[in-house]
Design a protein around this ligand. Structure first.
Ligand SMILES: Nc1nc2c(ncn2[C@@H]2O[C@H](COP(=O)(O)OP(=O)(O)O)[C@@H](O)[C@H]2O)c(=O)[nH]1
Ligand SMILES: [Mg+2]
Length: 578
């Protein structure tokens, strides 16, 4: 177990922040400080081991553990995301969403696999020094990027989002990095998370071929990451020395800092500006102005609601949905054609399950690639629309009541703080069911903040995958029972191009526009609710200050001075962190 100086430092800062947060009216700030303290105190650092189906992920972890524990060579639908924890009593815990549903012995994997559809993820507890020394880091054995089961995908997406360092594996027999892995690495990198790439199964190739595959992949990564040099390591089922060395040198302190410092800083800034605002309000001599400010806040809530309605009514025009939909379908079509041969070979070889998994993987990557950037632009656009709405309220307030305070900026800062908090406060993987259901489970430590704002693509991708899962088995077995009689490969290819792929697109097209609008409506709702909540918080603070205005001006000035002093203390704490 590494000694975590950063954890201790952040906890100390949060401990000092707690009484300062209590000085602001209302308990929302205190609750935030508490929620973050809980997150920091119990925070685990997840290290997902990612890579395509059959890349050798479970085998690598078995080699590291020195025991043949995790099942290998299993079918995609039985693969469950599995956390590896240190624990004196060895066991496997099976979860369904947030619930621990059953505990198994280590040798009961077969039974777990048979019922895999019922679980979201597993936690294995092993009494071994590797895992103990790694704490608070936790290795996670990941299934391929897309499981045929929605339930499993919620957990997969959770880990893909929440890791703080990633180990990516590529089967050296593949020779290249797939586009899905590249996309994944790009996303990880975009979050500022480190990743390490290894080629696996190097015992199956002569050394010179392994070297050239490694050089090839390093070249590919360098091009993709614009000239950055990324070293690729090697492992096989006899030696995991290079991964072991990586694990020995993991800097948990640095990882911990990456994960928690930004949220802590945001919270500090929000607290400081809240204290200053309340001091200003106390010093305000004209009661009327405060009351006017409360009315402006009420107007702001109404304005936010109007904004949501007007954007929802014009999704198509505002966000150019049909163009996006067309681009996605076009991309899916061309990627399916490009990967046709591989799928046909698998299907003609009788492996319809594998053909289906490959097919889904291709569509998944196509959708992710086509939407890449676009939905983030939409996020930005939604956010700035709301910011703008707050801006006009802010101006009115500045004119009428508080010339020195930018409410719009404060509200936006609060919303950002809450989004970040919801990202770092630990939950069970199954809780992350995409935005729609998050809205109904807005409770985190008694605080109404959004539980993780589920990456930009999740709903669409999950929707597409579930459409494919429902139509593909029928289409595939139908098509290929006919095709096997055709024997001639060219003829089969022609049928795939002209009948099979168009059929898939026909199913996908109407779903795509439905999913896109649904995704954007959900985003609107989430953003609208967060802004409304922040405005409500300010309004209730103001009402409480108005109550206090029974006190004499001198008393209020003394209170204001105390608040300003608290704000300075918070600022000082924040400076001590940098
Ligand atoms: N020869 C050899 N086979 C391996 C190696 N790693 C994995 N395999 C085999 O490849 C298959 C898939 O491995 P698995 O660990 O289940 O892959 P996962 O799907 O990424 O977890 C299994 O049959 C493994 O025995 C390796 O280094 N050498
Ligand atoms: Mg596996």
């Amino acid at each position: 177990m590494q000694v975590m100086t950063n954890r201790a430092e952040y906890l100390k800062v949060l401990e000092q922040m707690a009484p300062l947060a209590q000085k602001v009216q209302g308990d929302a700030m205190s609750t935030r400080v508490q929620a973050l303290s809980t997150g920091v105190r119990s925070g685990e650092l997840l290290i997902p081991v990612v890579g395509g189906f059959s890349a050798g992920k479970s085998t690598l972890l078995n080699t590291l553990l020195g025991r043949n524990l995790l099942p290998t060579a299993i079918r995609p639908e039985t693969a469950l995301a599995t956390e590896l924890h240190y624990g004196e009593i060895e066991r496997i815990e099976a979860f369904n969403s947030q619930q621990l549903v059953r505990t198994f012995e280590l040798n009961q994997f077969e039974e777990i696999n048979q019922n895999a559809a019922q679980y979201t993820h597993l936690k294995i507890y092993l009494n071994c020094s590797l895992l103990r020394d790694l704490e608070p880091a936790v290795l996670v054995d990941m299934p391929g990027f897309e499981s045929p089961l929605d339930l499993h995908n919620t957990a997969i997406n959770y880990y893909l989002d929440k890791g703080c360092l990633y180990i990516a594996l590529i089967n050296c027999q593949d020779g290249t990095v797939t586009s899905s892995l590249l996309r994944q690495l790009e996303k990880i990198d975009g979050y500022g998370c480190p990743f390490h790439v290894f080629i696996t199964k190097t015992d199956l190739r002569p050394q010179n071929e392994v070297d050239s595959v490694r050089a090839e992949i390093e070249g590919q990564l360098e091009v993709y990451f614009l000239g950055r040099e990324i070293k690729v390591g090697t492992v096989n089922n006899k030696s995991a020395a290079q991964v072991q060395e990586l694990l020995n040198n993991i800097d948990c302190n640095q990882l911990f800092r990456n994960k928690y410092l930004p949220g802590l800083q945001q919270l500090g800034e929000a607290l400081s500006s809240d204290l200053k605002l309340q001091a200003d309000m106390l010093e305000q001599q004209e009661q009327e102005k405060l009351e006017q400010a409360v009315r402006s806040m009420e107007a702001a809530v109404a304005e936010l609601k109007r904004k949501q309605l007007s954007l929802s009514d014009n999704l198509e025009a505002q966000f150019n949905l049909s163009q996006i939909q067309q681009d996605v379908i076009k991309r899916v079509e061309s990627d399916l054609h490009a990967n046709r041969d591989q799928v046909v070979t698998q299907a003609l070889g009788g492996n319809l399950d594998l053909a289906q998994a490959t097919f889904i993987d291709v569509v998944h990557n196509a959708v992710v690639n086509a939407l890449n950037g676009k939905l983030e632009e939409i996020d930005q656009k939604i956010f700035s629309q709301y910011q703008e709405a707050m801006g006009s309220i802010s101006q009115e307030l500045q004119r009428n009541c508080f010339s020195s305070v930018d409410f719009g900026a404060q509200i936006t800062q609060l919303v950002r703080t809450d989004f970040n908090l919801s990202q770092v406060v630990t939950q069970e993987p199954g809780a992350n069911l995409g935005m729609a259901s998050n809205i109904s489970t807005l409770v985190l430590q008694g605080l109404n903040i959004l539980s993780t704002a589920a990456g930009p693509l999740k709903l669409v991708v999950a929707g597409v995958i579930s459409v494919l899962n429902s139509i593909l088995p029928g289409l595939l077995s139908n098509a290929f029972s006919k095709m096997r009689e055709e024997k001639i490969r060219a003829k089969v290819n022609e049928m795939v191009d002209n009948i099979f792929i168009p059929q898939v697109l026909t199913h996908l097209r109407p779903q795509m526009s439905k999913l896109l609008s649904q995704e954007i409506s959900n985003k609107l709702e989430v953003v609208s609710k967060s802004f409304t909540k922040a405005v409500d918080e300010k309004r209730s603070e103001m009402n409480q200050i108005i109550e206090q205005n029974k006190n004499t001006y001198v008393e209020r000035q003394a209170q204001a001075a105390a608040l300003k002093q608290a704000a300075e203390q918070v600022d000082m704490l924040m400076r001590s962190l940098a």
